[in-house]
Design a protein around this ligand. Structure first.
Ligand code: SF4
Length: 235
């Protein structure tokens, strides 16, 4: 089996612990208003790799991974190619690589249990605080996300939650996001990411209107201010 890959990052430091090889898988069922990778939405293209080929690439950087690093499967939405994701994760485990998935928890439901059995860390988005906002601003379901997180908790897989702070859209969500996230005993970290508009050129090139064109970016001072609400153990 081959998977459709958007791109690779050889030594990432922002998507999981330590230094990591990151594979961005093509395809995503959601359409988040603030998405900065609209070029990953469609599961198409000729950038095809087998699971073994991806792991061979990652292994070239193994000496940089240290005790904490490893491989992160991101997207797009890695669960959108769940069967292929399982193959990659299995190959990683054969090599003793630490595995993380960076996911919106919104695809591949039938394969969630098997995916989680080969995953060492779930990095999950909690995008909005209500079901209505999920449906309105990304076309997803909060209940589905929470179901995936319950399964990750039951499987004993450590959890990092991410929340993008968008002025006027999600900047008041943190208390509820905190309430939702801290119900999971496997939660290790809650990260706030500032909304940015560097992606505007991608939307223009693709001929897709950028829904948040008129929304201001989130400044780092607001992130620092909001972080004060997060208990130290999750920072
Ligand atoms: S889940 Fe990620 S890739 Fe998919 S639309 Fe949302 S931000 Fe974009």
């Amino acid at each position: 089996m081959k998977g459709r890959i958007h791109s690779f990052e050889s030594m990432g430091c922002a998507d999981g612990p330590g230094v990591r090889f990151i594979a961005f898988l093509q395809g995503c069922p959601l359409r988040c208003a603030y998405c900065h990778n609209p070029d990953t939405w469609e599961c198409k293209g000729d950038n095809l790799f087998s699971a073994r080929e991806i792991v061979e690439k990652a292994l070239r950087y193994r000496s940089y991974f240290g005790e904490q690093g490893g491989i992160t499967l991101s997207g797009g939405e890695p669960l959108a190619q769940s069967k292929f994701l399982i193959e990659v994760l299995k190959e990683c485990k054969k090599e003793g690589l630490h595995t993380a998935i960076d996911t919106s928890c919104s695809a591949g439901e039938a394969d969630w249990a098997e995916v989680l059995s080969y995953t060492d860390l779930v990095i999950a988005d909690l995008k909005f605080a209500t079901e209505e906002a999920y449906q309105a601003h990304c076309g997803g379901s909060l209940q589905k996300v929470l179901h995936f997180l319950e399964m990750a908790e039951q499987a004993g897989v450590p959890l990092w939650i991410r929340h993008v702070v968008v002025p006027g859209l999600t900047d008041n969500d943190l208390p509820e996001i905190l309430r939702l996230a801290t119900q999971f005993s496997n939660l290790q970290r809650l990260e706030l990411l500032p909304f940015r508009k560097l992606c505007k050129a991608k939307y223009e090139n693709l001929g897709i209107p950028f829904p948040l064109n008129d929304t201001p970016e989130c400044d780092f001072a607001l992130i620092e201010q909001l972080k004060e609400q997060i208990p130290n153990q999750y920072r």
